[in-house]
Design a binder for this molecule. Structure first.
Ligand SMILES: Nc1nc2c(ncn2[C@@H]2O[C@H](COP(=O)(O)OP(=O)(O)OP(=O)(O)O)[C@@H](O)[C@H]2O)c(=O)[nH]1
Ligand SMILES: [Mg+2]
Length: 340
């Protein structure tokens, strides 16, 4: 995966989707490709539950000799698509596309799945999955979301991902409410071998954020990633706390935070969408990490997220292991969602 853009952005190169195992000679370390399976196979493993449900469901609609694409098939197909939590709008779009292309023909399962995959890929297209990087390091990334959505784990995996790409990362344990939260992030820092800034228990998260940015500057780090406590978008005081963190960081570095990543739990399905709605405005989010796709048969939820929000999905969480994160790539995602 050509993970780094030349100018101020971090990107995956989706064209490299499943061919990222061969480090390229002469590349800077930060574009060297990691070993350990391609993006597509990672996505496929992570999306197994959704894919199995969908494929079994859709396959059940077809006999071995194929089936006529008529109103009956189209409405059965619609019902199956809805089960992945993709929502009515996207399911209608996919169904209508199948109707336009295939109505009146007797088709095999594979042909329908190919049509659905193509349509899904085009619905998932977004301008860029790249991380916004600062003009001059350090880049500051703030990670927010509701309780238990996967923030700290995603930070650990993302930090490792960046570290593996040759970037110097500093973590900030901005969830000072629970000692366990600090310990959890400290364990990740130890595994990765990166610096971490922690405050005293119940310290002001904004002061931890400040110190994290300071440490990043002092040590010449490329990226500071700041964890925050889980909160609901309706908890005004806690949302103001995020605002304070933002102000403190911005004072230190103009233009920071460069990313405010909202972590959504994909097992929450449609609930994840209402969280995205509340958070995206209140916390001025710039991108989404869609976590726990591996534990979910609701991977289709990414479609309404793309449909309803301007926010790009930047990464997907595909498990609890250190490598279980991948830059979001519409083509690999659509293929992993539908194709066996
Ligand atoms: N299967 C799976 N589990 C995940 C993933 N990401 C996080 N988890 C698990 O989800 C649970 C919550 O993750 P955390 O990272 O602690 O979530 P958090 O948002 O930091 O939680 P709070 O700090 O309590 O708000 C943990 O058991 C994680 O191991 C993922 O991509 N896949
Ligand atoms: Mg946490």
């Amino acid at each position: 995966m050509a993970f780094w853009r030349s100018k101020n952005t971090v990107s995956d190169d989706s064209s490299a989707a499943d061919s990222q195992n061969t480090p390229t000679q002469g590349q800077a370390p930060d574009v060297a490709k990691k070993s350990g399976g391609g993006l597509l196979s990672k996505m496929r493993a992570g999306l197994q539950k959704t894919r199995r449900t969908l494929n079994t469901d859709i396959r059940d609609l077809f006999k071995s000799e194929g089936r006529l694409v008529d109103d009956a098939l189209l409405s059965e197909l619609f019902a199956k698509l809805i089960r992945t939590d993709m929502g009515i709008g996207p399911a209608e779009t996919i169904r209508d596309d199948v109707a336009t292309r295939l109505r009146g023909r007797v088709v095999q399962f594979d042909e329908v799945v190919q049509t659905i995959t193509d349509q899904t890929r085009s619905m998932l297209q977004q301008e860029s999955t790249a991380l916004n990087l600062a003009d001059a390091p350090p880049t500051v990334i703030l990670v927010v979301g509701v309780n238990g959505s996967g923030k700290t784990t995603s930070i650990g995996k993302l930090a490792n991902h960046l570290h593996q790409s040759g970037k110097k990362v500093v973590l900030g344990a901005g969830d000072t409410f629970r000692a366990a939260a600090v310990e959890q992030l400290t364990v990740w820092a130890g595994r990765i071998g990166c610096d971490i800034v922690t405050g005293k228990p119940e310290a002001d998260p904004a002061s931890v954020a400040f110190q994290t940015v300071q440490q990043a500057i002092d040590t010449g780090a490329d990226i500071a990633i700041i964890d925050t406590a889980g909160r609901l978008q309706t908890q005004t005081n806690l949302m103001q706390q995020l605002e304070k963190i933002r102000r403190v960081v911005e004072k230190k570095i103009e233009g920071a935070p460069h990313e405010v990543l909202l972590v959504l739990d994909s097992t929450a399905g449609q609930n994840a969408i209402s969280q995205a709605r509340g958070f995206s405005e209140a916390a001025k989010c710039t991108g989404i990490i869609l976590a726990k796709l591996d534990g979910s048969a609701k991977g289709g939820v990414v479609l309404p997220i793309r449909e309803q929000f301007q926010l790009p999905v930047k990464f997907v969480g595909l498990g609890e292991g250190i490598e279980d994160i991948a830059p979001f790539d519409p083509a690999s995602f659509a293929t992993a969602l539908f194709s066996e």
